[in-house]
Design a protein around this ligand. Structure first.
Ligand SMILES: *[C@@H]1O[C@H](CO)[C@@H](O)[C@H](O)[C@H]1NC(C)=O
Ligand SMILES: *[C@@H]1O[C@H](CO)[C@@H](O)[C@H](O)[C@H]1NC(C)=O
Ligand SMILES: *[C@@H]1O[C@H](CO)[C@@H](O)[C@H](O)[C@H]1NC(C)=O
Ligand SMILES: *[C@@H]1O[C@H](CO)[C@@H](O)[C@H](O)[C@H]1NC(C)=O
Ligand SMILES: *[C@@H]1O[C@H](CO)[C@@H](O)[C@H](O)[C@H]1NC(C)=O
Ligand SMILES: *[C@@H]1O[C@H](CO)[C@@H](O)[C@H](O)[C@H]1NC(C)=O
Length: 596
């Protein structure tokens, strides 16, 4: 029997992979096919389903294109598939639809397979295809060729006759599917032009009611390989993109329907208008649930939810200045600072195609209760709890999990906010370095402070974002602890002193201990006793993996490496490791352990 032992190191590396979203551009280039008889006569009343059926969880079926996976190693591919599984699960618990019977079949575009149609109403085959277009080679979803087995067939008819002169039969369809998602991994032109893009998506088929039933997501392999080990990043970017393909797309606003008057949700009217431009020039979505949720959020009666300003057309993203932290803003933030918010869910409700499970939503703290004038370019220049003034000041992100930099981007229209530092600012991450007073720990948060230890010569330090421990006593009620101090009461909203230290610390109000945080990385130290182990933060967790090969198997070292990657991937996934880097400082030493 042979066995080999490798020492591999897990290091938690969080890179801020801000990705940008190309949906609007991509959607414009995607040909969309609807059923032949959709939206013809009665545009006012559309039947959502031929027969009424109860709403059941939306089944998104990913379809991996054969051959494309060559751009990823098998472990990378399986990590991608794991992420997609998580996304489809989230979507299934978020949205439900009235399911059609039988396997899903996609439509063909008559304008493409057919060169001419019988146009004389007296003919038997009036409106049927009379001659095929010989250049027709099937349907595409963006640049994916849809397999014939996923498509309805088509027929070509003589002028006057009961038998078609050409017939392509219906495909078998895709079972148990409400939305078919083609998954491509390809270094497309778009990937090359925008190297920061991880993925982009669009829809390409609609059903009778206008609901998207098929779409494509393209992963850019170069960028994907950089983040493939960062499971939450891939999940988040994929979810963002798929939400566009499922309906949150400016190109679909005109197709949203109102089913609220129909007892069974089977007869719906088209919404006359989804967006409008307000007196400040901001385009907003004005549909009932969205207005109600936006109003509740800002603490005003009821108001439209703002979309990103974009030249010419409406945008498919929420306005960054006002909706920071939402999954559907244009610049994609790190996963622990991004939420499926109630306003996004409200939009899905108002599309009319879905029933939404609102218990899946996370609150947005950004702008909560801040009123109607919150986040306008005219008001954001006053420093407030949400906006900052001094560029490059190190402060705290508004959720106080991360240190942040007062900065701006193209979506913020000149407003400055505290954006998480690209690296090393995660107070909640034990990263091995100890500041003089700072503590990086699972239970640490970012505080504005200039605390300095007493014996040092008094100096005037600027207040900055720093990482200290906190422990919750109740909602918005907590203690803090600085390296070497006792637990100190920290009344929300007040500046405090800490015994043994010079300087001050601001206790954030309405940010901590509210029970709204996403679960963060589990750590080896117990979260209920934060003081434990805090002097020995783990830079990295070393894991020793021993794999024993059966006698008689002779594997290439390449194969062994693949196996190890696979094993590590599974361990990392189950341990909730956000990212993992395998260092083989020495090539895996192969050791003969024993002979049998
Ligand atoms: C609604 O969401 C909650 C929270 O994610 C989940 O536990 C529940 O199963 C979901 N309900 C349905 C019907 O999917
Ligand atoms: C269509 O077929 C019927 C029966 O075969 C025939 O009587 C009629 O004249 C045909 N019409 C044309 C326009 O060919
Ligand atoms: C911004 O910086 C200036 C000078 O550096 C300082 O006087 C001012 O207090 C700072 N403002 C805030 C809000 O920190
Ligand atoms: C703060 O942000 C600016 C611009 O985004 C960047 O150049 C600078 O390096 C950042 N500072 C730190 C400490 O990260
Ligand atoms: C840990 O955090 C500190 C403080 O921001 C930073 O200077 C340091 O680079 C971080 N270390 C690692 C290994 O990321
Ligand atoms: C901390 O900041 C406060 C307010 O800006 C200032 O009054 C105090 O002198 C500073 N203390 C230290 C030790 O830097």
């Amino acid at each position: 029997m042979f066995s080999f032992v490798c020492f591999l190191w897990f290091t938690v590396i969080i890179r801020q992979c801000f990705s940008v979203c190309l949906h609007d551009v991509v959607q414009r280039e995607t040909q969309v096919v609807s059923p032949p008889d959709a939206f013809t006569q009665a545009r006012r009343l559309v039947s959502r389903a031929t027969t009424w059926s109860p709403h059941l969880p939306l089944r998104v079926t990913p379809w991996y294109l054969p051959g494309e996976s060559a751009l990823l190693t098998p472990p990378q591919m399986s990590q991608l598939q794991t992420a997609m599984k998580e996304v489809t699960k989230t979507i299934g618990s978020m949205l439900s639809v009235s399911r059609r019977e039988g396997p899903l079949l996609l439509n063909r575009d008559m304008n493409r397979y057919c060169r001419s149609v019988w146009g004389d109403p007296s003919l038997l085959n009036y409106k049927r295809c009379g001659s095929p277009d010989n250049s027709y080679h099937g349907e595409r979803c963006l640049d994916v060729l849809i397999p014939d087995s996923h498509l309805y067939g088509y027929e070509v008819w003589p002028m006057n006759g009961t038998e078609p002169i050409h017939r392509t039969l219906d495909g078998a369809g895709v079972p148990d599917t409400d939305f078919l998602l083609y998954v491509r991994v390809a270094q497309t032109k778009k990937c090359a032009l925008q190297p920061i893009v991880i993925a982009y998506a669009s829809y390409c088929q609609l059903d009778h009611a206008g609901r998207p039933i098929a779409g494509v997501i393209v992963f850019c392999p170069k960028r994907l390989r950089e983040v493939v080990n960062q499971h939450p990043h891939i999940v988040q970017v994929s979810l963002h993109e798929i939400l566009h393909a499922l309906g949150f797309s400016s190109s679909l606003f005109e197709k949203w329907i109102d089913c609220s008057f129909s007892e069974y949700g089977d007869l719906c009217s088209s919404r006359s208008r989804v967006t409008n431009i307000d007196e400040n020039g901001q385009r907003r979505i004005y549909t009932p649930t969205v207005m109600q949720k936006m109003g509740e959020h800002l603490g005003v009666g009821s108001t439209g939810a703002p979309l990103e300003n974009q030249e010419k057309s409406a945008s498919s993203h929420w306005e960054s200045r006002i909706m920071q932290g939402s999954i559907l803003t244009a610049s994609i933030n790190p996963p622990h600072l991004t939420f499926l918010d109630p306003i996004t869910l409200a939009a899905f409700q108002d599309m009319g195609w879905y029933k939404v499970n609102s218990s899946i939503s996370h609150q947005l703290l950004w702008g909560k209760g801040a009123g109607n004038s919150f986040g306008l370019p005219s008001t954001c220049h006053k420093a407030s709890e949400f906006f900052c003034k001094n560029k490059s000041d190190i402060g705290c992100h508004h959720l106080h999990l991360d240190k942040a930099n007062c900065s701006t981007d193209t979506f913020l229209d000149g407003c400055y906010i505290y954006k998480p530092l690209p690296q090393g600012g995660e107070c909640w991450l034990e990263n091995g370095s100890e500041g003089t007073e700072e503590i990086y720990h699972h239970q640490s948060r970012c505080f504005f402070s200039n605390l300095t230890r007493f014996p040092e010569a008094p100096k005037h330090e600027k207040v900055k974002g720093r990482c200290y421990l906190h422990r919750c006593l109740g909602p918005n009620t907590f203690h803090i602890k600085v390296q070497g101090s006792e637990w100190t009461d920290c009344p929300a909203g007040e500046w405090i002193n800490v015994a043994g230290f010079d300087g001050v610390l601001l206790c954030p109000d309405g940010r901590l201990c509210l029970g709204l945080e996403k679960p963060l990385l589990p750590t080896s130290t117990s979260t209920s006793t934060p003081a434990l182990n805090m002097h020995k933060p783990a830079t990295r967790q070393d894991i020793r993996v021993q794999v024993t090969l059966m006698a008689g198997l002779s594997w290439t070292s390449e194969k062994k490496t693949l196996l190890m990657d696979e094993v590590l991937g599974v361990i990392a996934h189950h341990a909730g490791v956000r990212s993992l880097r395998v260092y083989r400082t020495v090539p895996c030493p192969k050791r003969k352990v024993s002979h049998t």
